[in-house]
Ligand binder design. Sequence first.
Ligand SMILES: Cc1ncc(COP(=O)(O)O)c(C=O)c1O
Length: 399
Amino acid sequence: MNEDQLMAVEDAHLARVYQKFPIVFVKGKGAVLYDINGKEYIDCMSGYGVSLVGHCHSKVVRAIREQSEKLITCHGSHYNDKRAELLEKLMQISPKGLNKVFLCNSGAESVECALKAAVKYTGKTEIIGMVRGFHGKTLGALSATWNPKYRKAFQQMICQNMKFVPFGKIKKVEEALTKETAAVIVEPVQGEGGVHVAPDGYLQALRDLCTDKNVVLIFDEVQTGFGRTGHMWASQHWNVTPDIMCVAKAMGGGVPIGATIAKEDIMNSLKVGEHSSTFGGNPLACAAACATIDVIVEENLPERARVLGKRFKDVLEKMTEDMRVLRDVRGLGLMIGLESRIFIGNVLTRALKKGLVLLYAGKNVIRFLPPLVIKEKQLEKAAEILHEIFSEEEKRISQ
Ligand SMILES: Cc1ncc(COP(=O)(O)O)c(C=O)c1O
């Protein structure tokens, strides 16, 4: 099939739930993607934050190959060597006190388990989430996702005991809390909502409040986890430990896997049969995750995110000072948002033509989530392309 035929098949048969860009990617290495015609692209999107260790990292590829020749599936009702190895690795990098894990296949699933565990543990049913918060689109996770655009059609089917409060304002959480509140769920850095970093002191205040009121504190680190923000977990920027942490995206180096990592007594409140996943914790995904965690630790990728992120943010800040079309730069590590005064759909399309893959977060924010192995030269090239595009936009709006 040629390029047009391939796209026609997807358009005909894939659910129309994705905003599509007309490119067929067939190969990737590190921070570079290749389309079907062999054209190279610098990837500043990582498939929404997934390919954090780079596309097809040799160690991840080897782990998948070796495991696929041994055992691909093994249900959670039996023991498996790779699963045990992964759990040990997770325990080495997880915040102290979070020592019981449910393994699943995606971010939304990790949130589903967190919400159920919180409800079961507390015997209460209300959940407090954040305005602009994003936790996935399955019905449970969707209940905690704020954007009315995603919720509207399913309002009657999602959890009715949800309250949303403005992100960063502890008083609003205090006011929303009742005797029935089971959990507060929050992203330490809101991703989908536009890249908003928790203000200093906020997560600690949430921690204190939740401890005081016997409410489960859930940090959704699906996007921020595994070094993206400059620490293994974004919560480490403020030294705050939640009761439950949700992770996924980068965990398997591209292979679907997620985890809900909780305090033992909270996770233990879910009894046999009250939660499960057929694919959760399968050996293939566990092998990929083991290799991915090794790469993150051995290559010290959180530190790399911190250093490169700071440099890239400085460049974007300078651009923002110089150009009226740009409004703000925010973020931590290599999770950076560039807010524009214009709709950026067009910018994304033009960047693609120039060989740069970008991601949006809302109508006017570009979200940078490059692989942490990205080379400095590649980030410089990305900044150059952005400069070209926004300079053209600057001229256009001042005409
Ligand atoms: C913070 C956060 N939580 C949950 C999810 C849902 O993850 P998934 O798409 O793997 O279900 C996402 C996805 O973007 C996310 O950013």
